[in-house]
Design a protein around this ligand. Structure first.
Ligand code: GLA
Length: 343
């Protein structure tokens, strides 16, 4: 059994397909080269120690029975508890957490932390990771839902665990099929830019949208919006109709984006980003003034398209810059990187 291991979990950018994961829809994310690194060192005894280097904070809890805690500690304790509940025999260890991915940007620092923690804990305990990474994604998602208390879908965990360098992945959340799609940008550049509005305050907005989608399904008598066609939405009250329309049109935009990327038509890719943003703003009402301003600035800077990324209500904007356009100050160039792994 190793004395010391390191695992890295990447954040992600979702190129297109927003608020579709919890509607059994489609999305097209990719892992980025920013993320979280967890070093795990074996200890004697029966406890787990954790050190969040950037926050300068410590935790210490019983390996056999982690108790509830808030903030970053919920991720550590929840990952230990969920891995144990899944039958893995974990060993006492000291975890050191560090990262280069800011929180609250909508680039999924949470999934980066969950995936790095689970790979490090398994490896330092001499346990193999699950044969199917989708099972690990579900486990990480339980940490987020049941320990952190965020009712998120599977998008972020699947992107962090199942991406491929140089590719985006088309995820079908109904079948959980994952198809790599080459993200060949040539002289074009994908950037993200923070809107300045962090989105942690916005979880009520996110949860409201999930509730509205459930309500639309209940009224339509279907299990998920994947089963609906646009014509079916006419009987819904106006707000629910617009929410559902976003989901249906966004699914179609994911496949249109796959086709545009395969054809090398990046102007069309830009138009699809704009259309996604308009739908999120007008039908899904998930935008805020800071995000609108950031989208406008990126378009002025030469973006063929720009859209909010992640849960919305703040966070970051992703933009596709045409060749020759200068990267705006403060923007982060994002390239499709490697999935979570031991390093
Ligand atoms: C957040 C959630 C994801 C997904 C997106 C919206 O990032 O964590 O599960 O729902 O919002 O697409």
């Amino acid at each position: 059994m190793p004395e010391r291991v390191r695992a890295r979990g990447p954040g992600r950018v979702n190129l297109i397909g927003e608020h579709t994961d919890y509607n059994a829809g489609l999305a097209l994310p990719f892992a980025i080269d920013r993320g979280v690194t967890v070093t795990a060192e074996r200890l004697t005894g029966e406890r787990v120690q954790a050190h969040a280097l950037d926050a300068g904070e410590e935790d210490d809890f019983a390996l056999a029975a982690p108790e509830r805690a808030g903030g970053w500690r919920a991720f550590v304790r929840g990952t230990v508890a969920e891995l144990t509940a899944a039958g893995y025999v974990l060993q006492p260890c000291r975890l050191t957490i560090e990262g280069d991915l800011e929180q609250g940007l909508g680039l999924s620092s949470s999934a980066a932390l969950e995936t790095a923690l689970s790979l490090a804990l398994l490896a330092v305990s001499g346990e193999d990771e699950p044969a199917d990474r989708r099972d690990l994604a579900r486990l990480c998602s339980r940490v987020e839902n049941d320990w952190v208390g965020a009712e998120t879908g599977l998008l972020d965990q699947l992107a962090s665990l199942c991406s491929e360098p140089g590719h985006a992945v088309r995820i079908d959340f109904e079948s959980l099929e994952i198809e790599p799609v080459p993200l060949a940008l040539g002289d074009w550049t994908l950037v993200t830019q923070s809107s300045g509005a962090t989105h942690s305050i916005a979880y009520s907005g996110y949860n409201d949208r999930r509730r509205e989608c459930r309500e639309a399904c209940a009224q339509l008598g279907i299990a998920s919006l994947r089963e609906a066609a646009e014509a079916d939405l006419e009987g819904l009250p106006p707000t629910l109709r617009r929410r559902a329309r976003h989901v249906l049109t966004e699914n179609a935009r994911v496949d249109a984006m796959v086709a545009a990327l395969r054809a090398g038509d990046l102007e069309q890719a830009g138009r699809l980003l704009d259309a996604s943003h308009a739908s999120l703003r007008d039908d899904y009402e998930a935008s805020v003034p800071e995000v609108e301003r950031t989208v406008g600035e990126l378009k002025e800077a030469g973006a063929a398209g720009a859209r909010m990324v992640g849960g919305g209500f703040g966070g970051a904007v992703v933009a596709l810059l045409r060749p020759g356009a200068a990267v705006p100050a403060g923007a982060l160039v994002v390239v499709p990187g490697s999935p979570a792994a031991l390093v």
